[in-house]
Design a protein around this ligand. Structure first.
Ligand code: C5P
Length: 218
């Protein structure tokens, strides 16, 4: 029987990639299967939390224990939905791989070879940074970082600059873990602690992340 340590807690989880349309047939996206976020959402719900899952396009079947699932495509839609639910939640887990950029002018017609080279891109809003500013006392903001170099440095920088309470770092330069894989190996950082979770199934990693959140913040 699973423990119900997140009973009476509301948890918002974002998962999967965002998709930024270029024209009716092309898009810009990030590598992400959504698996880590879905496993986290499932684990929080198993432990008694009321979970809202906001998901970009994935091939995954949502865990049946999750009653509230919101589908999004672009980072703009993700931002709107997250802001709508932010205040109501105690723990916000931003697992989604948000596209840092979007296309400036979506084309209603399929672009031709000679026009597509002139694509203009612009920055997407940094959602988690906005949440870090809005956060009220007692709310826990969890971020993810997928890095290929200077892993620890980048993770700690994000934690501080974006006012995130805890960041889960993935080394995406490794081929055996992370994107589209069943397994992951991560390091958790808070302002005071660092904890390495050895390579394991994403379901077990999700379980360990929940344990860490509970023992650190509650
Ligand atoms: O800075 P970076 O994009 O690597 O930060 C990763 C974390 O920030 C993830 O938790 C991701 O969900 C979040 N993020 C965001 N808005 C963006 C880009 C990333 O909330 N535009």
């Amino acid at each position: 029987l699973s423990k119900k340590d997140f009973m009476n807690k509301k948890v918002l989880v974002t998962a999967g990639p965002t998709v930024e349309n270029i024209d009716p047939v092309r898009f810009l996206s990030n590598r992400s299967s959504g698996r880590m976020g879905y496993e986290l959402a499932r684990e929080f719900a198993n432990r008694g939390a009321e979970v809202t899952l906001i998901s970009g396009p994935t091939n995954l079947k949502p865990p049946s224990i999750i009653k509230k699932i919101i589908r999004i495509e672009s980072a703009k839609e993700l931002r709107e939905r997250v802001l709508e639910h932010f205040e109501d939640n105690d723990i916000i887990v931003m697992t989604a791989a948000v596209s840092d950029v979007r296309i400036k002018n979506y084309s209603e017609q399929k672009l031709k070879k000679d026009t597509i080279v002139n694509l203009e891109i612009e920055k997407n809003p940094d959602i988690i940074k906005e949440l870090g500013r809005k956060k009220r006392v007692g709310q826990i903001l969890v971020g993810f970082a997928a890095e290929t170099e200077n892993l620890k440095e980048n993770a700690i920088k994000k934690l501080k600059e974006k006012k995130i309470d805890m960041i889960v770092l993935n080394d995406v330069s490794r081929e055996d873990i992370g994107f589209e894989k069943e397994e992951n190996e991560v390091t958790i950082f808070t302002s005071k602690e660092e904890l390495r979770l050895e390579k394991n199934h994403k379901r077990i990693i999700a379980n360990n992340i929940c344990d860490f959140i509970f023992s650190t913040f509650f």
